[in-house]
Write a protein that binds this ligand. Structure first.
Ligand code: PLP
Length: 389
């Protein structure tokens, strides 16, 4: 069977796929349809937190599969309740709404911010400031929140009520606050799809100050940065502030679809019965897998993430064909002098899977990638970048 041909004929043409099928794997090693082995530095775009076919995660998911695969939110379900408790205990947030993706977690954040502002200040306080170059999802409203025109152009009219500030420019945020009735500021601490660009502490401190001065909610999109990826459980923890709302997804599920919107003190009771919902949200299998993932993101793992990030940055910074290395923890962008797509292809030939963010190479390895595999992959990337100048 020619899977590439069948996919090309029957699957909606929204994806430019790499020319291989991932058939199986173990940890950070994956195998294609010919049996060729690759070191995977993409983890399904920051999803497979502990790599592929991780034993402990499989055990947790399988145990739940044998009990009950789905209940709907008409009933209580232990994995959902216990995951919400664990997330709140680890973050200090107060309640969690579960969905199935990052976009839906952001939809929840947006609905919560608007309802909170409407309840407190009146319905016309509904504008949300996001940042240019951000990415918040593919639904019409999260696309509207996304501060990149290229994503909007074929899908207008967008959901109204979003205005875009310049990253690293507090003046532009203050101007937007003067010109609009603002409910919230929503941002990624590392703009992932925007090219793996970390916001400066100075800018984030300023956002926090401005939000407090104007009684505006702080919403942090940790869909990609969350769940240990940047070296702390959530990236905001490294910036030293407490958001009102945190959205996350991707790595939380370790490979099964789950989104979570964490609600802080101010907004913990904003969502009321009937105001929001999801058929699959908090699904017991996804939640059981997420509980396992979360329980293993401990201090030892996070310090390992920090050490590996340092190693990658040290090896690649200043190397031939590399302009700069950006990001935080194991969310790394590499600006290259050569053509990024050609470098990706060369890496694939050499058995290393790397992905792109805009014109950069992007590395999102499993948090527990063995050091020898990481070193081997970094050497391949270095050679490919040097060779592509
Ligand atoms: C920061 C951020 N927010 C939201 C999303 C959307 O997540 P999903 O594709 O799970 O809807 C992404 C996906 O890349 C993301 O990186």
């Amino acid at each position: 069977m020619d899977i590439k041909k069948i996919d090309g004929e029957y699957v909606a043409g929204t994806y430019a796929r790499f020319p291989l099928e991932i058939v199986s794997g173990k940890g950070s090693l994956v195998y294609d349809e010919t049996g060729k082995e690759y070191i995977d530095l993409g983890t399904g775009i920051a999803v497979n937190t502990f790599g592929v076919a991780d034993d402990a995660w499989i055990a947790a998911v399988t145990e739940q599969l044998g009990k009950c695969q789905h209940t709907s939110n008409l009933f209580y379900s232990s994995p959902c309740a216990l995951l919400a408790k664990a997330l709140c205990e680890r973050t200090g947030m107060k309640r969690v709404f579960f969905s199935n993706s990052g976009a839906e977690a952001n939809e929840t954040a947006i609905k919560t911010a608007r309802k909170y502002a409407a309840d407190k200040k009146g319905k016309d306080t509904n504008v949300i400031i996001t940042l240019k170059n951000s990415f918040h999802g593919r639904t019409v409203t999260t696309l509207s929140a996304t501060g990149q025109d290229t994503f909007h152009k074929d899908f207008t009219p967008m959901t109204p009520g979003f205005v875009y500030a310049e990253p690293e420019d507090l003046g532009s945020v203050e101007t937007l606050i003067r010109e609009n009735k603002v409910a919230a500021i929503m941002f990624e601490l590392v703009q992932g799809e925007g090219g793996v660009v970390a916001l400066s502490h100075e800018f984030v401190n300023g956002l926090v100050r401005i939000a407090h001065e104007h009684d505006i909610l702080l919403v942090v999109d940790e869909v990609q940065t969350g769940n240990g990826r940047t070296g702390s459980l959530y990236a905001y923890m490294q910036y030293g502030f407490t958001p009102d709302i945190v959205s996350t997804a991707k790595g939380l599920g370790g490979g099964l679809p789950i989104g979570a919107c964490l609600l802080g003190e101010k907004v913990k009771d904003t969502l009321t019965p009937g105001s929001h919902g999801s058929t699959f949200g908090g699904n017991p299998i996804a939640a059981a897998g997420a509980l396992n993932v979360l329980s293993r993101i401990d201090d030892a793992l996070l310090s390992e993430v920090g050490n590996k990030a340092e190693y990658i940055k040290k090896e690649l910074t200043g190397a031939d064909g590399i302009v700069s290395v950006s990001g935080l923890g194991l969310m790394i962008g590499i600006e290259v002098t050569g053509d990024a797509s050609a470098i990706l292809a060369k890496c694939r030939d050499e058995g290393v899977l790397v992905i792109k963010a805009k014109h950069k190479l992007r590395l999102l390895p499993a948090l527990n990638i063995p050091m020898d595999q990481l070193a081997k992959a970094v050497a391949v990337i270095k050679a490919a970048c040097a060779g592509a100048q």
